[in-house]
Design a protein. Structure first.
Length: 183
């Protein structure tokens, strides 16, 4: 169902562009071409409304097995982007940081490691140093602080902005929506 919702997004975007084309200027008074906007607006409304109904049903009926999910969150390299962003805060250009993280992930896979956090600080610094030398950039190193951007819990903690998916911003949005919906 979520894939169907995503697919219908294209239809709504199409309706938006059709409406903008019809309105190609601010209408003053009655223009006959505005007859055409009604079916577009109603079709888009019906699509969005049915998608919201489906999404609400999915959210209301979904259940998650926390005991099975939680142990697997740190397997894989979901925190790779967080590491790249951390390296940028150390003065490394994003393109170089992306290359460094890719090299680190490849190294983990080659060594049978399932998470970036399994690497030692020396291993991080070795790859960073090699990559920065290759790009002609001044050498920058990391400390144990690098682990604060790795792992699912730490990634969620790092992204604390309005509308973020976890922590305090999530709780604030939940309270605001419950108040707005009268729940």
């Amino acid at each position: 169902m979520l894939e169907l919702i995503r697919g219908r997004c294209g239809n709504v975007y199409g309706d938006l562009f059709a409406l903008m084309t019809i309105l190609k200027g601010l209408p003053i008074g009655y223009n006959r071409d505005l007859q055409e906007d009604k079916r577009i607006v109603f079709r888009a409304y019906d699509t969005v409304s049915s998608c919201l109904t489906m999404a609400a049903a999915i959210v209301n009926s979904a259940s998650y097995d926390k005991e099975r999910i939680e142990p697997t969150l740190d397997r894989g390299f979901l925190d790779a982007t967080s590491l790249a962003e951390y390296l940028v805060t150390k003065g490394i250009p994003f393109r170089t940081a992306h290359h460094i993280v890719g090299t680190l992930v490849a190294r983990c896979e080659k060594e049978g490691k399932h998470a970036l956090a399994q690497l030692k600080v020396d291993e991080f610094n070795e790859v960073i140093s090699e990559s920065l030398k290759a790009h002609g950039s001044p050498c920058v190193g990391v400390t144990d602080e690098v682990y604060t951007c790795l792992g699912a819990r730490n990634v969620v903690k790092r992204y604390q902005s309005a509308g973020a998916a976890g922590g305090k911003p999530f709780e604030e949005q939940l309270v605001a929506w419950k108040k707005r919906l009268g729940i």
